[in-house]
Design a protein around this ligand. Structure first.
Ligand code: RP5
Length: 204
C-alpha cells in the first residue's frame, strides 16, 4: 500500500530532524495554520517577514543566503491531524526552527496552544484567525505560555517573530528599524494629504 500524504509529511519531518543540518541552513520560523481557509489572514505573517528580508524555504536542505532568514509553511490541524501536530511540535527544534507562528480560527482554535505545549521551550506566537478564536488562543494555563496577537493580526505575528530573532542580529534589527520608519513616513504622508486636500464626503 502506498504512503498517505500524512505519512509522507510525518516521515519527512522526522528525517529532517535526524539529519542534523547546520541551523543556519534551515528555516528559522515555522508558519502553520489549521486550514487552508486560514491562508488569507495568515499571509500577512508572510508579508511582514518578507518586508524585513525573510524568504520562504520549501526544503530544509535548500541553502539559505548568509545574511537572510527564512520561514516555512504548513497546514496542520490539531483536530484533523493530531499526530502531525505532535510530530511537527516534537521535531521543530531539531529541524532548526527558532520559533513557530501558529494560526487557527473558530471556537476550537487549539493548534496554537497545543503546539506551544508540544514544542516547548520553542516560543509559539498564536494568531486567532477570527474573533471567535481569541479566547482559545490566549487562554493557556500557568506554566504553558503562549505569545499571542489580536484577532486577524498575523502581520504583527510576523513582525514580532522578526523582533525576537533580531535580538542578537544587528542587520535584522536595522531592517526592522527601516520598516518602522517607512511605516511612520507613510502615515505622516497620508495625514498631510488628508489635511491639505480635506475629507472627501462622497467616498465611503
Ligand atoms: C480551524 O477551523 C481552522 O484553523 C479554521 O480556521 C477553522 C475552519 O476550518 P475549515 O472548516 O475552513 O477547514 O481548525
Amino acid at each position: 500500500m502506498s504512503e498517505t500524504p500524512k505519512q509522507t509529511l510525518r516521515e519527512r519531518l522526522k528525517t529532517e530532524a535526524a539529519a542534523d543540518v547546520e541551523p543556519a541552513m534551515t528555516p528559522d520560523v515555522g508558519i502553520v495554520m489549521g486550514s487552508s481557509s486560514d491562508l488569507p489572514v495568515m499571509r500577512d505573517a508572510h508579508r511582514a517577514l518578507e518586508e524585513v528580508g525573510f524568504f520562504e524555504q520549501s526544503r530544509i536542505e535548500d541553502p539559505t543566503a548568509d545574511d537572510r532568514h527564512s520561514y516555512e509553511t504548513f497546514i496542520i490541524s490539531a483536530h484533523r491531524t493530531p499526530e502531525l501536530m505532535m510530530t511537527y511540535g516534537q521535531t521543530a527544534a531539531e529541524r532548526g526552527l527558532s520559533l513557530i507562528i501558529a494560526g487557527a480560527g473558530g471556537k476550537s482554535a487549539d493548534l496554537p496552544t497545543m503546539l506551544a505545549s508540544v514544542a516547548f521551550p520553542l516560543p509559539v506566537i498564536g494568531v486567532p484567525v477570527d474573533e471567535a478564536a481569541l479566547g482559545s488562543v490566549i487562554g493557556n494555563p500557568t506554566g504553558a505560555p503562549i505569545l499571542a496577537v489580536d484577532a486577524g493580526k498575523a502581520y504583527n505575528a510576523g513582525l514580532a517573530a522578526a523582533q525576537i530573532l533580531g535580538a542578537d542580529d544587528p542587520e535584522l534589527q536595522q531592517r526592522l528599524t527601516e520598516a518602522h520608519a517607512a511605516q511612520a513616513a507613510a502615515v505622516a504622508a497620508e495625514s498631510l494629504q488628508l489635511h491639505d486636500e480635506g475629507v472627501d464626503l462622497s467616498k465611503p
